[in-house]
Design a protein around this ligand. Structure first.
Ligand SMILES: [Zn+2]
Length: 288
């Protein structure tokens, strides 16, 4: 998900600085830690869920939420482990996952790992604080050894964006799926940043083939989940895409498809950022 809330607030109050607004709107955000598996935790606050791995000599975090939350996130991590926080992995380039990068760099997070396309996009983004840029990039996949564990990162092309990475913690049988997983809500598929609906489905199915029914999945957005929960998302995407495809084949324009709407049974999947209209427009544009 992108930093939509931030921008809605920012554009409606043009006189104030976005940083000050982001700060004040996040004062009440609480960072909650959940133990997921052996040495792996999930942190929730505002923005994409954070994964934490406590290694023998350092802590690794996955995604960084927003800069104004960095002190609270660092405190929550310090409460879980004495080891220093040294490594940050970004699942993709969206602001609600990378906005805190520079703040964590300032806290001594030396290794910042992401797919090469994430570095390219952040480097080109004039609003992104360059001190938080990734320092280690890769193309297909990367293993990062921490003590006796090797954290695995795998890139899935043309999915939520063009730089999505799934992070695996093999000993704990836990993965962080980034925004390849929105739990029981319409997903954001960023067609303007290399995302594609079929690629999104392919990525999820490829990961699902490599995990088992007990694998715990930290989603980008939503609660801790398992494979069966992810399957619901894939099924919803396939069925709603067929609904939109039939409307398109019947000659409906994008606006007419929005007006007709999806089957009523999908109403619960609508949420603030990706409501039914936005989901139909995504599917319609992607099919063109
Ligand atoms: Zn995202």
């Amino acid at each position: 998900m992108n930093g939509w809330k931030h921008w809605v607030i920012a554009t409606s109050l043009a006189l104030s600085s976005t940083v000050a607004l982001a700060q004040s709107s996040m004062d009440n955000v609480e960072i909650k830690a959940t133990e997921v598996g052996e040495r792996v935790y999930m942190l929730t606050g505002q923005g994409g869920n954070i994964g934490v791995f406590v290694g023998a000599d350092q802590v690794v975090m996955v995604d960084a939420q927003y800069a104004p939350l960095a002190d609270k996130i660092a405190a929550a991590i310090a409460a879980l482990a004495e080891q220093p926080l040294k490594t940050l992995i970004n699942t993709h380039f969206h602001g609600d996952h990378v906005n805190g990068n520079a703040a964590f760099a300032a806290k001594g997070v030396e290794n910042r790992i992401a797919h090469a396309n994430v570095l390219a996009r952040l480097d080109a983004d004039t609003r992104f604080d360059k001190s938080g840029l990734p320092t280690i990039t890769f193309a297909g996949g990367l293993g990062f050894k921490v003590g006796d564990e090797t954290i695995q990162m795998t890139h899935y092309p043309a999915a939520h964006t063009d730089g999505d990475v799934v992070v695996w913690f093999p000993s704990a049988n836990v993965i962080h799926a980034g925004d390849l997983f929105f739990v029981d809500r319409f997903p954001f598929i960023d067609l303007n940043s290399g995302g594609r609906v079929q690629g999104y489905i392919d990525a999820i199915e490829a990961v699902m083939a490599d995990i088992d029914d007990e694998t715990l999945i930290i989603p980008g957005h939503g609660g801790l989940s398992k494979k069966a929960d992810w399957q619901r998302l894939v099924s919803m995407i396939k069925v709603t895409r067929e609904e939109v495809r039939s409307m398109q084949s019947a000659g409906l324009t994008e606006d007419q498809a929005v007006a007709q709407g999806l089957d009523a049974k999908w109403a619960d999947w609508s949420w603030g950022f990706i409501n039914e209209e936005r989901w139909i427009r995504t599917l319609y544009k992607d099919l063109n």
